[in-house]
Design a protein around this ligand. Structure first.
Ligand code: CO8
Length: 261
């Protein structure tokens, strides 16, 4: 597979793409060059028909400690605005395939926002989340104020974003920011994320894509529209071979073989 400078890519299973952020000396600070590579790797896995789900992770010490402060510190408004600084962070949210974040260590600022942009977050007990931008004279810019507010409500989001205090994996689990905290042990969170990705990849890709689109509608549309989106996608599945195979296999008491058609 392609060699990158700031990330590693791997295929722990033929149907699973793994991307590891790899700027250890900077705690995986999300520089622009890193983000270009990340987007390239995400789009390549997304376009690969053999891949059913993608896992995104960092190191034991840091998922990512934020956008690169050293790169940003002298930036001027005109340049940031004209170049749409960091707008390419939204590439991840436009993928068809599910992305699972496996978070160990620091997920701060843009690192927390990157995790929040994925579809499912699994956390190691060591994970530390936070939006500390207020401590350096700015505010979240990668969706943190919006996605946290959706996930955990106004009062908690205000407290975190205005005070800049970090929150633990346990708090993140209690509040529903992450789907679960996995057991202790080095590499455990990545292993469990790969297992989950493999499970998802064993389903019909069309059904998985439709399910992801339906759940996202709950965050992007009013309830009435979201319900209609879901129903239309549900009806759509009846035009697929995978639905015939899935329900046929159930009736015949055998395991389905999905062909993603
Ligand atoms: N940017 C650049 N370098 C970083 C960053 C960062 N965000 N975080 C850590 N580093 C570097 C340090 O400068 C240090 O480098 P060096 O060895 O050259 O001095 C190295 O990583 C190791 O860090 P520390 O020595 O500080 O390690 P500690 O264990 O003492 O502390 C912390 C770890 C607590 C994580 C600490 O490094 C820290 O506070 N980091 C900054 C956290 C932060 O404020 N993040 C938010 C950044 S702002 C942001 O993300 C805005 C997002 C906007 C997104 C917009 C999208 C559209």
């Amino acid at each position: 597979s392609k060699q990158y400078e700031f990330i590693l890519t791997d295929r722990p299973d033929p149907a699973v793409g793994l991307i590891t952020l790899n700027r250890p000396k900077a705690l995986n600070a999300l520089s622009s060059p890193l983000f270009l590579e990340l987007n390239e790797a995400l789009l390549a896995f997304d376009a690969d028909d053999a891949i059913g789900a993608i896992v995104l992770t960092g190191s034991e010490r840091a998922f990512a400690a934020g956008a690169d402060i050293k790169e940003m510190k002298d930036k001027q408004f005109a340049d940031a605005y004209k170049s749409r600084f960091l707008e390419n962070w939204t590439t991840l949210t436009a993928l068809r395939k599910p992305v699972i974040a496996a978070v160990s260590g620091y997920a701060l600022g843009g690192g927390c926002e990157l995790a929040l942009s994925t579809d499912i977050i699994l956390a190691s007990p060591t994970a530390t989340f936070g939006q500390p931008e207020i401590n350096i004279g700015t505010i979240p810019g990668g969706g943190g104020s919006q996605r946290l507010a959706h996930a955990i409500g106004k009062s908690r989001t205000m407290e975190l974003v205005l005070s800049g205090r970090n929150f633990s994996a346990q708090e993140a689990e209690r509040w529903g920011v992450v789907s679960r905290v996995v057991g202790e042990g080095e590499g455990q969170v990545v292993k469990e994320a790969i297992d989950l990705a493999r499970t998802i990849a064993s389903k019909s890709q069309i059904a998985v894509q439709a399910a992801k689109e339906a759940v996202n509608a709950a965050f992007e549309q009013p309830l009435y529209e979201g319900l209609r989106t879901e129903r239309r996608l549900f009806h759509m599945t009846f035009a697929t071979k995978d639905q015939k195979e899935g329900m046929g296999a159930f009736a015949e008491k055998r395991k389905p073989t999905f062909t993603h058609e």
